[in-house]
Design a protein around this ligand. Structure first.
Ligand code: ADP
Ligand code: MG
Length: 733
């Protein structure tokens, strides 16, 4: 056990340090650095190596290095701004130094100081320039040829800072804490003085080094360790901290999960076993009464296809969850086209059979509209009352919807964010389904949950089902979705033919046009998708309108339609319906069709300026074709210049149609912050862990998290506080 006063010194406010007054304290606070402990766990993002002089020929491009050399030449150019370039050599290689942003007199002073034949030591980042190696604005000192340079004793840490908090101030403050740590160690004869919240068993099993050792090592790495190893490699000191940080995140998410399971929900009675264990034809004929009347059995019977094994498995998971007296929190991941809608429909029926209302929320008007059409078709035969509510509903539609939601006549409500609004009062909400979750933030999700609670007195929460078409690798899901149970639909319905994807330059648009023409004349249907970099919907729609006009001129004998985000919901829906019914051969669209549009006969998709879109988005779009049994194709038209990253995206799509593989590549190209978006910003803001680089630790972390929650619950909050501290807003839900 650490002595009480050890705790005491780490919990002192930063103002206790030398050189830190109230003003600085405030700036530290902005970076969420309140105590010495916070400083101790504020870890470097990278390091500078000023512990040794490197031969110029030996430096790595893009690394910072300390070098020395003789000035061979200095030239000043007076262009728009004065620029000075010098060349130095240490005998191994030459290095160009570049200085600018000076006014004339400063440049002249520099020129007087830097005379040929003098010796310099320089520290800076080495780049490859036109004339070989270069440093721009290095830190430099003039030295004597044989001067021994005072070197740093350890690698210099570079900390994350914020405005008003300089690297020097931060380094200085943290150095003081490290000094105190060393002192404490000495006074306490080397015994561990930082509380380790991990259990003895875990520490022994994983042979973890002492926490204080790890912290000292990372703040003041010894000169012999390489910067690369420290930031990319897997030395045990860093790994130990990475492990604990990942653990802190995992624990905080699992805490949210546990808190949810403390809530009450209606425990449904569901006969899902009978659904799949009997031949469907027998249900409704020979099986006992309750099944005979079961809506879900009827629904399955009227479906024109059999569910895939994967769909059945996921439905079983869901059914099991909804039989519990606490709310389901399940995420269903399934590639585009894997048949998530049917899974949603069956789940809805389970709730409706149990006399509860269902809310299904979609991220766009268009998708909500599609679902509404779909579910109406499916459910009307079952005598189920469905209502629709979106931001674009008219005042009257709205009033009517609110009424039937409130009095419980509407058994199911489909809509957009509008379902969140305060005036919406559910009568008996038992299940919330959120489709294509990557477009909703965690807060919206939670507020809909809270809504269920508000509506139903006695604090009964609705069950919750989230569906996403952006699958992520399993280990990442363990971290990012640690507050949810996950199911994966890892199988596509049978009979799908893979989409043949080709990548073609914009200059060959005419050929593509001919191909579209030919295909449409032969009874096929095609999408022509227009893209734009700007988020502006107005510009996107203008671009689509222009393409539409052009295509109508170029292909006058085809029936062409247009759909974009600024059309009225009903107009959009009407066009999609015409396309669905085959009255239109070609549909020109913006990326509004990215999710949910389901027209199996469409088998060709052209995406103009495909290089402008992200991988996941392209994969989603492409998922609109390849839904029928005929061979489908997707043409990715790109404009020049094509960036390296843009090319990598297009090539990935050409090579794979597997959503998980696409997601993996997307993560590699864009990083987790972009992909997981607002939902889990915490993941992208970790101090030392990197969910991609450190994925291999995640299964272990998961085990430890479960172990702690079960056997050492008292360790959970301290670990979360140490790493995430006061910044976890999502903890309090
Ligand atoms: P997504 O997972 O992208 O939401 P959808 O639910 O829209 O996919 O399903 C895509 C298409 O596949 C729809 O036309 C749907 O009717 C069809 N489908 C779903 N499940 C099956 C199945 N088991 N067998 C055949 N077709 C199916
Ligand atoms: Mg879908």
């Amino acid at each position: 056990m650490p002595a009480e006063d050890d705790k005491h010194w780490l919990e002192q406010p930063v103002i206790a340090l030398k050189g830190i007054g109230e003003k600085l304290q405030e700036r530290f606070a902005r970076r969420k650095l309140f105590t010495l402990n916070d400083l101790l766990f504020h870890l470097p993002v990278r390091y500078l190596d000023k512990t040794r002089i490197q031969p110029i020929a030996g430096v790595r491009i893009d690394d910072s290095a300390l070098v020395r050399g003789e000035l061979l030449s200095c030239k000043t150019h007076y262009a728009r701004r004065p620029v000075m370039t010098c060349q130095i050599s240490d005998g191994s290689a030459m290095l160009t130094l570049r200085f600018f942003h000076f006014n004339k007199s400063q440049t002249q002073a520099l020129a007087r100081a830097l005379e040929e034949g003098k010796w310099l030591s320089c520290f800076g980042e080495v780049k490859r320039g036109r004339q070989g190696l270069e440093m721009t604005h290095p830190e430099y000192r003039i030295i004597a040829e044989d001067q021994i340079i005072q070197m740093q004793e350890h690698l210099t840490p570079v900390y994350p800072t914020t405005e008003g908090l300089s690297q020097t101030v931060l380094r200085n403050a943290i150095a003081q804490v490290i000094q105190q740590l060393k002192q404490q160690q000495k006074n306490n004869s080397q015994r561990e003085i930082i509380t380790d919240f991990l259990s003895e068993a875990i520490r022994r099993e994983l042979a973890l080094p002492l926490l204080s050792q790890c912290l000292l090592y990372l703040h003041e790495p010894p000169p012999e360790c390489s910067v690369f190893e420290l930031t990319e490699g897997d030395d045990p000191w860093r790994q130990r901290l990475v492990l604990e940080e990942l653990l802190a995140h995992q624990l905080s998410m699992k805490q949210i999960y546990q808190q949810q399971t403390q809530h009450k929900a209606s425990a449904f009675r569901i006969n899902s076993d009978h659904l799949f264990n009997h031949k469907l034809s027998q249900i409704g004929q020979n099986s006992p009464g309750s099944i005979q009347n079961s809506l879900s059995a009827q629904f399955l019977q009227q479906l024109p296809f059999k569910l895939t094994q994967a769909q059945q498995r996921v439905i079983q998971d869901i059914a099991e969850d909804m039989c519990q007296p606490y709310p389901m929190q399940r995420l269903v991941q399934g590639d585009v086209g894997s048949g998530k809608t049917v899974v949603a429909a069956l789940s809805a029926l389970f709730a409706i059979e149990n006399r509860c209302q269902v809310a299904l929320m979609a991220p766009t008007e268009l998708l909500a509209g599609q679902h509404y059409d779909n579910f109406r078709q499916w459910f009307t035969e079952l005598d189920i009352n469905i209502s629709f509510l979106s931001g674009k509903s008219t005042a009257r539609e709205r009033r009517e919807a609110l009424e039937v939601i409130d009095d419980g006549t509407a058994q199911m409500v489909i809509g957009t964010h509008a379902l969140f609004q305060d005036e919406v009062n559910f009568n008996n909400l038992g299940l919330v389904i959120i489709d294509e979750q990557h477009r909703f933030g965690v807060h919206q999700r939670l507020s809909l949950l809270a809504k269920g609670k508000k509506e139903i007195q006695q604090s009964i929460y609705p069950h919750q089902l989230i569906m996403t078409a952006t699958p992520i690798p399993r280990t990442l899901a363990m971290t990012a979705y640690a507050d949810l149970d996950c199911s994966v639909i890892d199988e596509l319905p049978p009979g799908r033919t893979p989409v043949d994807t080709v990548v073609i330059g914009q200059q060959r648009r005419d050929e593509v046009l001919a191909r579209v023409h030919h295909a449409c004349l032969n009874g096929r249907q095609a999408y022509w998708v227009c893209t734009l970099i700007e988020e502006s919907e107005v510009l996107q729609c203008q671009a689509a309108e222009q393409s539409y006009k052009l295509l109508r001129e170029q292909l006058p004998d085809l029936a062409i339609g247009l759909v974009h985000g600024r059309m009225k919901a009903a107009e959009k829906q009407a066009v999609i319906t015409e396309f669905k019914e085959g009255q239109l051969a070609l549909l020109v669209a913006t990326t509004v069709i990215e999710v949910g549009v389901d027209v199996p006969n469409a088998s060709l998709m052209i995406i103009e300026n495909a290089e402008r879109l992200g991988l996941s988005q392209l994969h989603q779009l492409r998922g609109r074709v390849g839904r029928g049994s005929q061979a489908s194709a997707c043409v990715l038209l790109y404009g020049q210049p094509l960036s390296k990253n843009g090319k990598a995206r297009l090539m990935t799509l050409r090579e794979t149609s597997d959503g998980f593989e696409v997601a993996r590549k997307d993560l590699e190209l864009r990083g987790p912050g972009e992909i997981l978006g607002t939902r889990q910003t915490g993941l992208a803001e970790m101090k030392i862990a990197d969910v991609i680089r450190d994925q291999h630790l995640i299964p272990k972390v998961n085990d430890i998290a479960l172990h702690l929650l079960r056997d050492y619950p008292e360790a959970v909050t301290p670990i979360i506080n140490r790493w995430i501290g006061h910044s976890v807003e999502y903890q309090n839900v």
